[in-house]
Ligand binder design. Structure first.
Ligand SMILES: [Zn+2]
Ligand SMILES: [Zn+2]
Length: 384
C-alpha cells in the first residue's frame, strides 16, 4: 500500500515523509533560537587524508565568565597541519584547527570583568586548564598537571564537548584564557603572536637574553622569524643559522646582524663555543649535537621545534661548557599577555601572508615546502 488515507483526502507516503522532514527542520531551528547556540561557519579536517572542507557547527551559549569573539584573523601554525593529518596520533574529527586567533568581542557573560563588547582580543593555544594545580597557580597553565585544554583537537573539561579552533567565524572562551590585543596594531600580523610569538618569547626570556649576549636562531620559519625579532629587540647580537644562503638578506632585514651557513664546515668551526643561547625552531628531524658544539660556557639550546624522531645528542658535547638543552612550550596566560603588551609597546608583529579560508589546503602544501614568509593568516571575512 503506497497511500495513506486521511479524513479529508489522500497523501502519498513520499509527501508525508517530506512534511515530516520540514517539521523536524523547523523544530531544530526553533531549538537553536531558544537555546541561543551560536551558529558557526568553519573549515574542518574530516579525516587524516582528505583536504579540509566547509563545516557548520554550534558553539556553546555564552556563560557567565565567557567572552564571545567574532574571529577576524587566524594564523596557520605547523601544528595545525600535524594534527589535521593525525601525525601525532589521537586526532579527533571533525577538527577545526587554528590557535592564533584575533577577533572582536561581540558579547560577554554577566560576570566578565576584563572585556566589553567592541574590544579587540585574542585566543592562543589553550582555552582552559584545571586552575588549581601547582603549575596553574604559578601562571604556568601550559604545564597544568591535569593537562591544559587545547583550543582544538581536545575535549573541554566536561570530558565530552570537542574544542574547535579558529578556522571559524566565532569562538566562545572563558575570559581567563582570552587576551587583550591593542587595536592599533596590524591585527592580521598580531594573530601569529598567539602561538609563534609566545613560543619564542617565553624561552628567550627564561634564558635571560639581553644586551651583550650572542643568540643563534636555527630554522627561519614561522617560529624562527619571531625568535630573531624578539632576540634583537632584547638587545642581543643575533645570528641566523641556515642551510640556505638565500635566507641571509631576510635574516638581516628581520634583525639579525650575522648569518652562518651551516653547510659550510669551516664557517661552523669558527663559531665553536660562540653562542650564549641557540633557539632551535626546526621541526624536521635533525642532530642537536651540531648546535650544542656552538654553545659557550653555560650555553643553552632552547628547543621549540617538534621533530617526530628522537634527536641525536652526543653526551661529550653536552658536558663540555656545562651546556644544557631546555624545552619550552608556549607560555602561561600572564606571560602571553606580557608578550602582547611588549609587542604593542615595541611595534613587533609577524610577517604574514593573508589568505582566504578556501585557500587553506594549498597553504598547507606551500607550508610543507617552506614557501611562506613567514606565516599564513586566514582572513575570516572570506567565510562570511
Ligand atoms: Zn601553534
Ligand atoms: Zn592545572
Amino acid at each position: 500500500m503506497d497511500k495513506l488515507w486521511l479524513a479529508d483526502g489522500t497523501f502519498t507516503r513520499s509527501l508525508c515523509f517530506k512534511m515530516c522532514i520540514v517539521l523536524a527542520l523547523r523544530l531544530h531551528q526553533l531549538k537553536n533560537k531558544t537555546g541561543n547556540m551560536i551558529q558557526t561557519k568553519a573549515f574542518a579536517a574530516f579525516d587524516a587524508k582528505t583536504p579540509l572542507a566547509p563545516f557548520d557547527f554550534e558553539r556553546r551559549n555564552v556563560r557567565a565568565n565567557d567572552v564571545q569573539l567574532e574571529i577576524l584573523y587566524c594564523g596557520v601554525c605547523h601544528s595545525d597541519l600535524h594534527q589535521a593529518r593525525d601525525e601525532w596520533g589521537g586526532s579527533i574529527y571533525p577538527m577545526v584547527p587554528g590557535h592564533e586567533i584575533v577577533g572582536k568581542v561581540v558579547s560577554v557573560g554577566s560576570s566578565v570583568t576584563k572585556f566589553k563588547t567592541g574590544d579587540t582580543a585574542g585566543v592562543g593555544v589553550m582555552v582552559d586548564s584545571c586552575r588549581t594545580c601547582k603549575n596553574c597557580q604559578k601562571d604556568l597553565e601550559q604545564y597544568c598537571v591535569e593537562g591544559m585544554t587545547g583550543t582544538y583537537n581536545a575535549k573541554e573539561r566536561d570530558g565530552k564537548t570537542i574544542a574547535q579552533g579558529g578556522y571559524s567565524t566565532q569562538i566562545v572562551v572563558d575570559e581567563r584564557y582570552v587576551l587583550k590585543v591593542a587595536p592599533e596594531l596590524d591585527l592580521k600580523a598580531v594573530a601569529p603572536l598567539l602561538c609563534a610569538g609566545i613560543t619564542t618569547y617565553s624561552p628567550l626570556v627564561y634564558a635571560g637574553v639581553k644586551k651583550g649576549m650572542k643568540v643563534g636562531v636555527v630554522g627561519l620559519g614561522g617560529l624562527g622569524h619571531m625568535g630573531v625579532k624578539f632576540a634583537a629587540s632584547f638587545g642581543a647580537e643575533v645570528t641566523v643559522l641556515s642551510t640556505s644562503p638565500s635566507k641571509e638578506a631576510d635574516a638581516k632585514r628581520l634583525g639579525a646582524t650575522k648569518f652562518l651557513l651551516t653547510t659550510d664546515e669551516a664557517a661552523m668551526k669558527g663559531y665553536d663555543s660562540y653562542f650564549d643561547v641557540i633557539l632551535d625552531a626546526i621541526s624536521a628531524n635533525h642532530d642537536y649535537t651540531k648546535y650544542l658544539d656552538l654553545l659557550d660556557i653555560d650555553g643553552k639550546l632552547l628547543v621549540v621545534g617538534l621533530p617526530t624522531d628522537a634527536p641525536k645528542v652526543l653526551p661529550f658535547s653536552l658536558i663540555k661548557n656545562r651546556r644544557s638543552i631546555i624545552g619550552s612550550m608556549i607560555g602561561g596566560m600572564k606571560e602571553t599577555q606580557e608578550m602582547l603588551d611588549y609587542c604593542a609597546a615595541n611595534n613587533i608583529v609577524s610577517d604574514v601572508e593573508l589568505i582566504n579560508m578556501q585557500d587553506i589546503n594549498e597553504a598547507y602544501e606551500r607550508m610543507l615546502k617552506g614557501d611562506v614568509k613567514y606565516r599564513f593568516v586566514i582572513d575570516l571575512a572570506s567565510l562570511k
